[in-house]
Design a protein. Structure first.
Length: 239
């Protein structure tokens, strides 16, 4: 596991999970969120001894699924019997470099913890982060139109007080992840243990996030005229 720019702590409470949930955290003791990670931290997680491929320690619902920006989606525990030993879930956000170049900011929230903000400077190329060009289960297909090897990546860690598979049963809900983004994203989940990546979700356990749309200036102008007209009509009616 690695240190990040923002660290806060949540005492887990037992709650039922759903695909779209505003809050859902299973009983898990203390969970810490850290991020955004630096290129050096990602490089260290991908160092000698790192391994990739399913079965994952944590994942989103089988699909892959795509949700609108700002919609909560539950992170689930992976296969308890087959998952690699991991004490951290690494959420990796990926997007085309051209989209990131115009990025303002992305907000990621886990359960009720304070949000983490990511900007363009928090995204790194596959090579800079030392991700291999072919990673088992995620390199061969697109999620939300984005392929992992050719994208740039930013990351946030969820660190647990114990091994994930010892805290949760197969498919147990871990917590709701909400990402508010002005660009399209794919979100992959990696498992970390003792500072190294030990597994990752296949494409089917990843998630797509569809960007929120900012109204065009012309639309805002029409809206303003409409509101002005309503205001004038009300004034005439009360005069």
């Amino acid at each position: 596991m690695s240190a990040g720019g923002i660290k806060t702590t949540l005492l887990g409470v037992a709650m039922a999970g759903a695909l779209l949930a505003t809050t859902s955290v299973a009983s898990a003791g203390t969970i810490t969120i850290s991020g955004p990670l630096t290129a050096a931290q990602l490089d260290a997680l991908n160092g000698t001894g790192a391994s990739y491929g399913p079965p994952p320690a944590a994942r989103f619902l089988d699909g892959p699924i795509t949700v609108p920006s700002g919609t909560a989606s539950t992170l689930f525990a992976g296969n308890k019997k087959g998952a690699s030993i991991a004490d951290t879930a690494l959420l990796v956000l990926s997007a085309p470099a051209s989209a990131v170049a115009t990025l303002g900011s992305i907000t990621l929230t886990f359960a009720s913890l304070p949000s983490i903000t990511l900007s363009a400077s928090d995204f790194f190329t596959t090579a800079a982060a030392d991700f291999p060009t072919s990673i088992g289960g995620i390199a061969n297909g697109a999620v939300n139109g984005i392929k992992f090897p050719t994208a740039v990546h930013a990351a946030v860690e969820l660190t647990f007080t114990n091994l994930i598979h010892s805290l949760y049963g197969t498919d147990d809900p871990i917590g709701a992840v909400t990402i508010d983004s002005p660009i399209n994203l794919r979100v992959d989940v990696f498992g970390d243990h003792d500072g190294l990546i030990v597994n990752n979700t296949p494409n089917s356990g990843a998630e797509g996030v569809t960007r929120h749309k900012v109204p065009e200036p012309a639309t805002l102008g029409i809206l303003g005229i409409g509101l002005l007209g309503i205001g004038l009509a009300r004034r005439r009616k009360t005069a």
